[in-house]
Design a protein around this ligand. Structure first.
Ligand code: CP
Length: 327
């Protein structure tokens, strides 16, 4: 079964949310529109709607997280679901229980949705293939493969500022090789029809053939790559996924690829500066830019809750129609 069929039900509705790859433009636009309505909810004094009352959502994070885990929890609570956060280091996973056995046991407790972050690429797909029919799996980042809700909140942030995608030139800068965020962003930007996607990075951190196959224009010089861009997305150096020294030094990396006011001058005057976080100041971005007027980094974080509410509600809408099998 291919990735697209795995995350859609027979009617083409979202069942799981595992990857942007293969999803149609209409579905991405529907998620962005649905997130707009939830953004209004998150700004109210009473930030709750009863959509998922009675449902149980489990956060299962095998890798550290601040933004994604917290906004998934907030999103579930604002949809009135019950939320369980599994403390993975203190769970039976540390005694050798397999991922599948953990899923089976949590399913036996009548949980309805699992939000999974895992260091192995493909972990969310694996779990989705084995999940009970009424259960939805949401990928909160798997290895270097995909981080689809991050890409959607980034698209939400871009649309809020630029209104449409069609005329935009977007540059993704840094450790593209190890970035699940970049991969998901490239699929989303391409499906939503931006004019041009650029990737700017040292040769060691940019799979040129893979980038070209995805229709991405590759640059190794920051000033050339940033010329006339509307959106610049900075990436963290992901040391946890690097094998061996891929850079001469952080100092040299910052000199060539760190985003400073000086380099930003090559972009359009109204350029948006984005970063999925966590940021490393003085490594990939200067504080003056990260905290400056063109930065929307904290807006991205704010939008995470509404976008995750949209994804969860759409996936659960489908699963509400699925009859639970007796346990
Ligand atoms: N952007 C992102 O995934 O951040 P966290 O690792 O803090 O969740």
């Amino acid at each position: 079964m291919d990735k697209q069929n795995l995350q859609l039900d027979a009617e083409g509705n979202l069942r799981h949310f595992l990857t942007i790859e293969g999803l149609k433009r209409a579905m991405l636009v529907d998620l962005l529109d649905t997130a707009e309505s939830f953004a209004e909810v998150t700004e109210r004094e009473v930030k709750k709607v009863p959509l998922l009352r009675g449902k149980t959502i489990v956060n299962l994070f095998f890798e550290s997280s601040t933004r994604t885990r917290t906004t998934f929890e907030l999103a579930a609570k604002r949809l009135s679901a019950d939320v369980v956060n599994i403390n993975v280091p203190a769970s039976a996973a540390s005694k050798g229980e397999t991922l599948l056995d953990t899923l089976r046991n949590l399913e036996a407790m009548h949980c309805d949705m699992f939000v999974i972050r895992h260091p192995d690429s493909g972990a969310a797909h694996f779990i989705a293939r084995h999940a009970a029919p009424h259960v939805s799996i949401i990928n909160a980042g798997d290895g270097r493969h995909a981080h689809p809700t991050q890409a959607m909140l980034d698209m939400f942030t871009i649309r809020r500022h630029k209104k449409t995608f069609q005329q935009l030139i977007v540059a993704i800068v840094g450790d593209v090789l190890h970035s699940r965020v970049a991969r998901s962003q490239i699929h989303a930007l391409s499906t939503l029809g931006v004019q041009e996607i650029r990737a700017i990075a040292p040769r060691t951190l940019l799979p040129v053939e893979a980038a070209s196959a995805l229709g991405v224009h590759v640059y190794h010089d920051m000033r050339e790559g940033l010329r006339d861009v509307d959106v610049v997305i900075m990436l963290r150096l992901q040391y946890e996924r690097m094998q061996g020294g891929m850079l001469p030094s952080e100092h040299e990396y910052y000199r060539l690829y760190g985003l400073t006011e000086d380099k930003l001058r090559y972009a359009r005057d109204d350029v948006m500066v984005m970063h999925p976080g966590p940021i490393n100041r003085g490594v990939e971005i200067d504080s003056a830019v990260a905290d400056g007027p063109r930065s929307v980094i904290l807006q991205q974080v704010s939008h995470g809750t509404a976008v995750r509410m949209a994804v969860m509600s759409r996936a659960m809408q489908r699963s509400q129609a699925v009859v639970r099998e007796p346990s």
